[in-house]
Design a protein around this ligand. Structure first.
Ligand code: ACO
Length: 425
């Protein structure tokens, strides 16, 4: 028999259905709560609120599990290409060889960006943050690629264009910000290698692709490809629920990801580690992070869902060590990061608050090692997260229980008051 929950309110008793997911997580279905009881729920930050059912990504924050369409992220990071992971997230299954070839051809055919878009880049102030530029450029794509009449074709084309052009847009923004010549995508290069070549190739210094560097980017992107209903994904779903076009919904996701409490943390971690390196103030940073009156937090620590070690951080840390080793690089920030982690994990405050390194703690060091400038870190995260955003948007589009996203509130302002003319105030 289906489980229910009893709610007693006033002198009435209500029975609310319990919904169970395929991994045994349970939720009280409150969709009829207001209609039957007149009550709403209050849940700041939505920490106890499921906004949808989803078959894309499963995570268990207590056990440190992350799976895309059932496949552990560890396995994908070891065996899959980024393109296969993208296909898996968006289409719900791993591609056969012919499907993957067709997908690669489509990505290649759509990789160029309209030349007129270059003018936009040239007019952003040089100091603009690349995340603001990327969000604007992705939104601008709609003007260059107007809506197609056939809905299926429109969706497929928009998805392909976004997945392919986002790399070109990101690399263009880097090149133009440096006053360098834009490098076009190459048909002979795979997804990750193509991006690195667009970023770093130059007429005077041809870029030599390194397999370890390409592999590091592949793993980085796979680890970031989806993370269920996080802040930016919820932004994509919420904005998308107004039935806005996908470019606009993704642009909103990029804006949300920019925040230092979310994707912007990878940049903030490096800034924090640099500060510790320069001022030799690790002890002070830990004490400040523990002080409730101080807004300072250890960047790259803590997670809304993971209350144990983030499984992505484990892979990233290993990758970081092996990459620096293979490239014969040393990075003093890696030593500081490891020491900081060791000190924090032994500290009662971090133990009691279940604060462990998250994916961003080591990812910045990996990105530095492959030559990505710090202000582009979150852009790299956005490229990786794009397939997840798209998959979630598509799922919401096909959801028979879809509704316009519109939370309620409990009003706490003044009750009805009179307007007082300006001379009488
Ligand atoms: N440093 C110090 N204290 C922390 C930290 C941290 N990094 N994170 C959480 N806490 C403390 C809070 O001060 C709070 O303490 P209190 O209960 O004594 O007041 C407690 O832990 C709970 O904090 P919340 O903010 O309520 O927890 P939430 O689950 O909302 O936080 C968040 C998640 C925002 C990620 C937080 O851990 C944080 O700010 N981390 C630093 C930024 C960061 O690394 N973000 C990347 C997240 S991963 C991603 O988005 C890709």
């Amino acid at each position: 028999m289906a489980e229910t929950v009893k709610l007693i309110y006033g002198n009435k008793e209500y029975e609310l259905p319990v919904v169970e997911g395929s991994e045994g997580e349970k939720a009280i279905d409150i969709s009829q709560l207001r209609a039957t009881t007149g009550l709403i729920t209050l849940d700041p930050g939505y920490a106890n609120t499921g906004s949808c059912t989803s078959s894309i990504t499963f995570m268990d924050g207590e056990k440190g599990i992350l799976r895309y369409r059932g496949i552990p992220v560890e396995e994908l990071a070891e065996k899959a290409t980024f393109k296969e992971t993208v296909y898996l997230l968006i289409n719900g299954k791993l591609p056969h060889r012919e499907e993957l070839t067709r997908f690669s051809v489509l990505l290649n055919d759509n990789s160029l960006v309209h030349e007129d878009m270059r003018a936009f880049y040239e007019n952003f102030p040089r100091s603009s943050h690349p995340m603001g530029i990327l969000s604007s450029m992705v939104n601008a794509l709609r003007s260059f690629y107007p809506e197609l009449q056939n809905l299926d074709e429109e969706i497929n084309m928009t998805v392909t264009r976004l997945l392919s052009k986002i790399r070109t847009l990101a690399a263009m923004s880097y090149k133009i910000s440096r006053g360098h010549k834009v490098v076009y995508p190459r048909p002979d290069l795979a997804y990750c290698a193509n991006f690195l070549n667009m970023m770093f190739d130059s007429p005077v210094r041809p870029y030599a692709l390194d397999n370890d560097v390409v592999n590091a980017l592949r793993v980085f992107w796979i680890l970031h490809a989806d993370h269920e209903q996080n802040c930016s994904t919820s932004a994509v779903r919420l904005v998308g629920s107004a039935r806005v076009n996908l470019y606009a919904a993704i642009s909103a996701g990029i804006a949300a990801l920019w925040g230092p409490l979310h994707g912007g943390a990878n940049q903030a971690v490096i800034e924090m580690l640099n500060d510790i390196a320069q001022n030799k103030n690790m002890g002070q940073a830990i004490e400040r992070a523990k002080d409730r009156k101080d807004p300072f937090r250890l960047m790259g620590f803590g997670h809304r869902v993971y209350k144990t070690y983030d499984p992505r951080a484990r892979i990233m840390k290993k990758m970081c060590d092996s990459l620096l080793d293979k490239l014969d690089l040393t990075d003093p920030l890696l030593d500081i990061a490891k020491e900081l982690e060791m000190v924090a994990l032994k500290d009662d405050y971090f133990i009691e608050h279940n604060l462990y390194p998250n994916v961003d703690f080591y990812s910045g060091i990996v990105l530095r090692a492959i030559g990505i400038p710090t202000n582009m870190f979150t852009v790299l995260f956005a490229i990786g997260r794009l397939p997840g955003w798209i998959a979630q948007w598509k799922e919401s589009l096909d959801d028979p229980n879809w509704k316009l996203g519109r939370p309620r509130q409990i009003y706490t302002g003044p009750t009805q008051s009179k307007f007082i003319p300006i001379d009488d105030r």
